[in-house]
Design a protein around this ligand. Structure first.
Ligand SMILES: Cc1cc2nc3c(=O)[nH]c(=O)nc-3n(C[C@H](O)[C@H](O)[C@H](O)COP(=O)(O)OP(=O)(O)OC[C@H]3O[C@@H](n4cnc5c(N)ncnc54)[C@H](O)[C@@H]3O)c2cc1C
Length: 450
């Protein structure tokens, strides 16, 4: 089978141990773990197939800003924390690219985002035999034998609309996050989410815009403001956010422990109020915060312009967009300054929402299979420590979820524990689910004792 062609309809025929849905860094790391396992244990191979809707590997391509750097140490790459001897490490990638010495001289833990993308592509190419691109999973169906769900059929379609079914004993869902826009936003060529930035910026530059507006105060919002300020040398860049100023990300060493593998144990075992408390204390390691260097860079730009008198970077702090209207010529955004209630309507060539992401609704993807999955009081899936969804007793097939923040904490949707997480998932798949006493949800006490 080649990686260019979707497998034929294999229901009842070919059965995979793992069918992975999505092939971003999370399932790429899993494919590498499977590859390494199969090399080490040729007598007991795990057969895995990953389905990815993009035509080729791509990691947030729309945000591959030239000078943006990673916000995680390169040591938290696809493998090192699981297997420091792996030849899929970032250091081995550098060796292959003949840049190891230069990188060391650079004295940084934080490579360029474009470089890490190249690293991901390099790794993805080495496990291409496990992946089918141009395969968007639309639903999952149960395969029932004598009242038990023994397998799952994963339904995928390609760009030409051809539908195929792939059967697995386990599925691993790693479909990432979905861009979040305000409820009243109407996306268009002028109004878009920041995840489209690099696909839009050249076209925007060609129109020689006079003003663009960026909504949001997090890392992406600050990156977009800086990038547009550089790429559109004649445009005014308005940055609108409710905070008084961009807030720095806490990447201090004690706080960083919230991203350690051990913190996942603590978070998963904690009662709901403690989980909420930890999440609130440490949101500022990741959410609505900006790297200090970038804050200082933006401040320096604004200050330089206040000296020269040609103010292009217009920071509208303590403000919010209350109303927008689009015409053929422009988008009009009404901005309210919150302390006084004063409003001003700005005519803009583009309005960029850097307003974050939603978690993907796994139940929508699971379709009828969602009915056998347990839900917590908020209707979210109950995800055991081994990332397996808790299901009805007639369910033999495993559903694993990567990216579940409510159950596994802040690190779940980030790269920090990816390498370790996929090792745990692979181990669980091999033993057929959780044999150990699982803590009852939110109690930290094994269910049997609760
Ligand atoms: C601009 C940006 C920068 C970031 N930088 C960092 C960083 O420096 N450090 C860090 O720790 N985290 C960072 N993150 C967080 C980011 O979520 C993780 O880095 C990482 O992308 C998570 O990997 P993933 O594979 O779980 O999800 P994703 O990378 O989102 O990959 C999901 C994949 O699933 C595919 N997919 C979705 N639905 C389907 C479907 N139905 N069928 C088939 N395929 C599907 C998508 O096409 C995609 O390829 C960043 C996020 C963004 C947006």
């Amino acid at each position: 089978m080649t990686s260019e062609v979707l497998p034929q309809d294999v229901s009842g025929d070919e059965v995979w141990d793992i069918v992975g849905i999505g092939f971003g860094p999370s399932n790429l790391a899993l494919a590498i773990a499977v590859h390494e396992h199969n090399l080490a244990h040729p007598q007991a191979p795990v057969r895995a197939l990953f389905l990815e809707r993009q035509a080729a590997f791509g990691w947030h391509r729309g945000m591959l800003i030239d000078d943006a750097t990673m916000q995680v140490s390169f040591l938290k790459d696809l493998v090192t924390m699981r297997n420091p001897a792996s030849d899929f490490s970032f250091l081995c990638y550098l060796r292959d690219r003949d840049r190891l010495a230069e990188f060391i001289n650079h004295k940084t833990l934080f490579p360029l985002r474009t470089e890490f993308h190249d690293y991901f592509e390099w790794a993805a190419a080495r496990v291409a035999d496990q992946v089918h691109y141009d395969a968007e999973v639309t639903s999952v169906r149960p395969v029932e034998v004598d009242g038990e769900i023994t397998h799952l059929d994963v339904i995928a379609k390609d760009g030409a609309g051809r539908v195929r079914t792939v059967r697995g004993r386990n599925i691993v869902v790693a479909t990432g996050l979905r861009p979040k826009l305000p409820a009243d936003a109407v996306p268009s060529d002028r109004v878009w989410h920041n995840i489209e930035l690099m696909h839009r910026v050249d076209g925007l530059a060609r129109t020689d815009p006079h003003r663009v507006l960026v909504v949001g105060s997090g890392q992406s919002a600050a990156e977009v403001a800086a990038e547009l300020h550089t790429a559109l040398p004649r445009a005014q860049v308005c940055a609108v956010f409710a905070r008084y100023g961009y807030a720095p990300a806490d990447d201090s060493p004690f706080a960083n422990r919230i991203f350690d593998p051990r913190a996942v144990d603590h978070f998963h075992g904690a009662p709901p109020d403690v989980r909420r408390m930890l999440m609130d204390y440490h949101r500022n390691t990741n959410y609505s915060v900006v790297d200090m260097d970038l804050i200082e860079d933006l401040y320096a730009r604004e200050y330089r312009e206040s000296v020269s008198g040609r103010k292009r970077l217009d920071i509208r702090n303590a403000s919010r967009v209350t109303y927008t209207r689009e015409t053929d010529e422009a988008v009009y955004a009404t901005v309210e300054f919150l302390p006084t209630g004063e409003t001003e309507t700005l005519e803009c060539d583009a309005l960029v929402y850097a307003t974050g992401f939603h978690p993907v609704d796994v139940f929508a993807l699971l379709d009828r299979v969602a009915a056998v999955c347990e839900r917590d009081a908020s209707g979210r899936p109950v995800v055991d420590r081994d990332y397996r969804l808790r299901t009805a007793s007639n369910m033999r097939a495993g559903i694993y979820l990567q990216g579940s923040e409510h159950s596994h904490g802040l690190t779940a949707s980030l790269l920090s524990t990816t390498a370790v997480r996929v090792g745990e998932i692979l181990e669980s798949v091999q033993r057929g689910g959780s044999p150990v006493a699982e803590p009852a949800p939110g109690t930290g006490i094994p269910a049997a004792l609760h």
